[in-house]
Every structure is written in structure tokens, then in C-alpha cells.
Design a protein around this ligand. Structure first.
Ligand code: NAP
Length: 451
């Protein structure tokens, strides 16, 4: 059952689509302005990227959930899970029930390299691999091949570091996290020895946060080996920004260490290198890599190539939003075109439709970045409310009736709380705060059965 929250008559009603951090910050900002909010998510579970994107060992980062759940806890906003907008209900239908719709659907599609062999089995984008180790219900059967000593990861952002860390950590380092049992078993059985991180530019260009970079130097199971072709020594520090200087300092320290200190795994940081092709017979077995040069700020290939064995290749090179049916889409930025959150089509504003989070600005920033972003979108909604027409069939009850008539079984906040309690109960047996229930059907059934 979807919870019945406080619902003053005559209050403007807004649907937020997506119960991740951007959607929940928007729900809070709207609610603070006395707007009624329903948060609709395709999954049966709230928290989006916090639950399915933040790495299992980044436990502190997940504590933001305490803030994100507030609107549901005091009944100010309602959660309607297990409803896919665009499939179970179309945007035009939804608009019959709400004054305004805010899309907070994120960027779920991994960018591609565009090189031959990218479609081979064992070649994965971070969206899938991260979804797998975070227990996303649609990735339960991914079964990434970790049976080869060499894995290649492409990219120099924080997602690449998350992937590298999860691959490099010992099972004991992950056992007390919320990582699903099946993932823990697969990582236990992993034969990974060498993780090669391919970085297309130099040490000063990486997009890592220094605190995240430091973490890979402190793993109990892995040494870091820096392959920089001497660039760190030649690099002038003047002109580097603070974050760049910090990253360069960390990398210099690692470059000066004895590279192999006897740990079972090695993380190879390979700078100025791009994948040229992935090779294998049905499944990826190696990557041909080209060395790059920077010419006038642009990355150019030098023609010098080398081959790296790899039983799996994971690209972590950014994300784009999935196009939303009925809304414009900018394929270059992978976002829905907007002005301060108002969706724009050509020169005109699409009345009553808004975006926030990654679908609005692209896949940048940390979780907290979404707060200010959502405040901007909420302000646009509130400013526009007086000129937006009233919906024909207002109210959540009408929506729920419509969904149920269509055979859709929404999941409410109370259902989620039962699942939440069950996950925590499972966690206790492994010394973890929780263990995620994974398969979507199992999740839904558990909720319906009233665990
Ligand atoms: P990102 O920070 O934008 O990094 C993407 C990386 O991919 C860049 O290094 C980029 O290199 C590289 N790249 C792009 N196209 C490439 C290509 N064709 N070949 C090789 N490399 C390519 O993206 P992200 O790592 O997906 O992270 C998304 C956002 O989430 C970021 O804001 C990140 O900080 C945040 N995040 C934060 C945390 C955390 O705080 N712990 C964890 C995960 C994610 P160039 O620089 O050369 O373009």
C-alpha cells in the first residue's frame, strides 16, 4: 500500500520522478514551500544512486540517507515505487494528476569508447558493473568474468577508482559492507591479479578527488604501480590548481616507492594511453592500446601501440541520460535541454515539466551538488505554479486507481520499511549493517508478502 500522507485540500501537487538524491532533495525543497509531493520510482526501493551507485565500502557517504528519507518519515511526501513512467503510465497521463512534473531520472547509460571489439563478452560499462556490485535488481545476473589475472579499467574519474577498489579489495574488506552475498562470492572467487587503469591524459589531468585517489594506496591486498613515462618528474607545479597539485603529489609519492611490495594484486596506473581495439574470440582477451600525446590541448595518438592482456574491460568514462519519451534530448551532453530546470524545446519552455540532477546538468558533481541544483529547479516550479493549469484528475488516489486498473502494483513507504528491516536482519548474520536483497521479483514478492 502506498502511504497516506498529510494532504491539504487545494494544495498544488507535484510528481517527482526518481527517488534518488536529486529527486529527494527536490521533494524536500518543494515540500518546504508547502507543495504536495509524490515521488515515483521505477524500482521498489528509494535512494537511487546512493543505494545503487555509491560503492559498498563508502559507508559514510550513504549516511546521507538519514537526510533524504525525512520527507517520507513525516508524511510530507509519498513514495510510489515499482512504477515505470513511460511504460506503466505515460507523461501525458501523469499530467492529468499533477500541476507539475519534475524528472530526476539521472544518467544511467554508460558512454561508449567507439572502438572495435567493444561489444565482445567481458567488455562492460561501469553502469552495469557498479549496478552489479551495488545489488541493482536488473544487474543480478551480470556475472562479470573475473577468471583472468588481468582486468582493464578505462577512465580517470571517481567511478573508475570505485571500480578499481572493489576489484582490488580482499573479501574480508568487503564482508561487513552491504554488498550482496552473490557478489561477495564472485569477488572471493576472483582470480584478478593486475588491474590496469588506462588514463588518456597526464597525471595533472585526472578527475579523481584526492581523498578517493589516496584510498587505492591503502589497500591491504594491492600495490599501486605508476607508469607515467617520466611525466611526473617533468611536470611544472606552477599553474596547477589545488586539486591537481594534490593528485600529482600523491602520484609522485607512489612513483617513488618500490613498485611491488608483495601484495597479491597490483593496480597499474597507465597514463597517456587509450584503447584502440578490444580483441578476443567471442570474449575479450586483450586490449590494443595507443600512446597519446597532447597537441595544443588536444589528445592525439602517436601511432605507438602496445598490447595488454585482459579477461574483462570495464569502461568508466561518464554517463548520459536515457532519452525521456515526449521530452527533447541533447545527444551531445546526454541531458534534457533546460533553463534553470525548466525543460525547453527549441526556444520555448515546455509548461509544467522540469528536470533536476544528472538528467539536467550531466553526470557531474558529488551527491551534495544535487541539493543546490534541486533548489534551483524547485524555485522554478514554485514561481510557475500560479500560471500552470490545474490538473483534470488531481490527487494521488486517482493516480493509484488508474495504475491499479492498468495492473500495476505500486510499492509504498511502509512496504519499503519492511524490506529495509529485512535487509538489516540479513546483514546482522554477516556483521554488516545490511545486505541488499537483489532480484527485483524477490524484492517485490517480499514486499507483497509483508515481511
Ligand atoms: P568523470 O569524473 O566525468 O570522469 C570520466 C573520465 O572518463 C575522465 O577522466 C575522462 O577523461 C574519461 N574519458 C571520457 N571519455 C573517454 C574516452 N573516450 N577514452 C578514455 N577516457 C575517457 O565521470 P565519472 O567517473 O563517471 O563520475 C561521474 C561523477 O560522479 C563525477 O562528478 C564524480 O566525481 C562523481 N562521483 C563521485 C564519487 C565520490 O565522491 N566518491 C564516486 C563516484 C562518482 P578526460 O578528463 O580526458 O575527458
Amino acid at each position: 500500500m502506498v502511504n497516506e500522507g498529510h494532504k491539504p485540500v487545494g494544495m498544488a501537487q507535484v510528481a517527482v520522478i526518481g527517488a534518488g538524491p536529486s529527486g529527494l532533495y527536490a521533494a524536500q525543497a518543494l515540500r518546504n514551500a508547502a507543495v504536495g509531493v509524490d515521488v515515483i520510482d521505477q524500482l521498489a526501493t528509494p535512494y537511487g544512486l546512493v543505494r545503487y551507485g555509491v560503492a559498498p565500502d563508502h559507508v559514510k557517504m550513504k549516511s546521507v540517507i538519514r537526510v533524504l528519507r525525512e520527507p517520507f518519515e513525516n508524511g510530507a511526501a509519498r513514495f510510489i515505487g515499482n512504477v515505470v513512467v513511460g511504460r506503466d503510465i505515460r507523461l501525458e497521463e501523469l499530467r492529468e494528476h499533477y500541476h507539475a512534473i519534475v524528472y530526476a531520472t539521472g544518467s544511467a547509460i554508460g558512454r561508449t569508447l567507439g572502438v572495435p571489439g567493444e561489444d565482445l563478452a567481458g567488455s562492460l560499462c561501469s553502469a552495469r558493473f557498479v549496478g552489479w556490485y551495488c545489488g541493482h535488481p536488473t544487474m543480478a545476473s551480470l556475472n562479470p568474468p573475473l577468471d583472468d589475472p588481468d582486468v582493464v579499467v578505462v577512465g580517470a574519474g571517481n567511478v573508475a577508482l570505485d571500480v578499481v577498489r572493489v576489484l582490488a579489495k580482499s573479501p574480508d574488506e568487503l564482508r561487513t559492507t552491504d554488498v550482496p552475498d552473490g557478489v561477495l562470492r564472485a569477488l572471493e572467487a576472483s582470480r584478478t591479479e593486475n588491474i590496469h587503469l588506462l588514463i588518456r591524459r597526464g597525471p595533472q589531468h585526472v578527475r579523481f578527488t584526492p581523498a578517493e585517489l589516496r584510498q587505492i594506496g591503502r589497500l591491504e591486498n594491492a600495490d599501486v604501480v605508476v607508469h607515467d613515462d617520466g611525466t611526473l618528474g617533468r611536470l611544472e607545479d606552477a599553474g596547477l590548481e589545488r586539486r591537481q597539485r594534490q593528485n600529482v603529489e600523491i602520484l609522485r609519492e607512489w612513483a617513488s616507492r618500490r613498485p611491488d611490495r608483495g601484495k597479491p594484486r597490483r593496480i597499474h596506473l597507465r597514463f597517456m594511453r587509450s584503447p584502440l581495439s578490444l580483441e578476443g574470440d567471442g570474449r575479450v582477451r586483450a586490449v590494443t592500446v595507443e600512446r597519446n600525446a597532447i597537441d595544443g590541448g588536444r589528445i592525439v595518438g602517436t601511432g605507438q601501440t602496445e598490447r595488454i592482456n585482459a579477461g574483462a574491460v570495464i569502461r568508466a568514462i561518464g554517463y548520459v541520460a536515457e532519452p525521456v519519451e515526449g521530452l527533447p534530448y541533447d545527444a551531445t551532453t546526454g541531458t534534457v535541454p533546460n533553463r534553470a530546470g525548466r525543460v525547453v524545446d527549441g526556444a520555448g519552455v515546455v509548461p509544467g515539466v522540469y528536470v533536476t540532477g544528472w538528467v539536467k546538468r550531466g553526470s557531474t558533481g558529488v551527491i551534495g551538488t544535487n541539493k543546490g541544483d534541486a533548489a534551483e529547479t524547485a524555485a522554478a516550479v514554485i514561481e510557475d505554479l500560479p500560471i500552470l493549469g490545474a490538473p483534470g484528475r488531481p490527487g494521488q488516489d486517482n493516480l493509484l486507481t488508474r495504475l491499479e486498473e492498468g495492473g500495476v502494483r505500486p510499492i509504498g513507504w511502509e512496504d519499503w520499511l519492511r524490506l529495509d528491516a529485512e535487509e538489516c536482519r540479513l546483514g546482522a548474520a554477516r556483521g554488516a549493517e545490511r545486505i541488499k536483497i537483489v532480484e527485483q521479483l524477490a524484492t517485490l514478492d517480499a514486499a507483497r508478502m509483508g515481511i
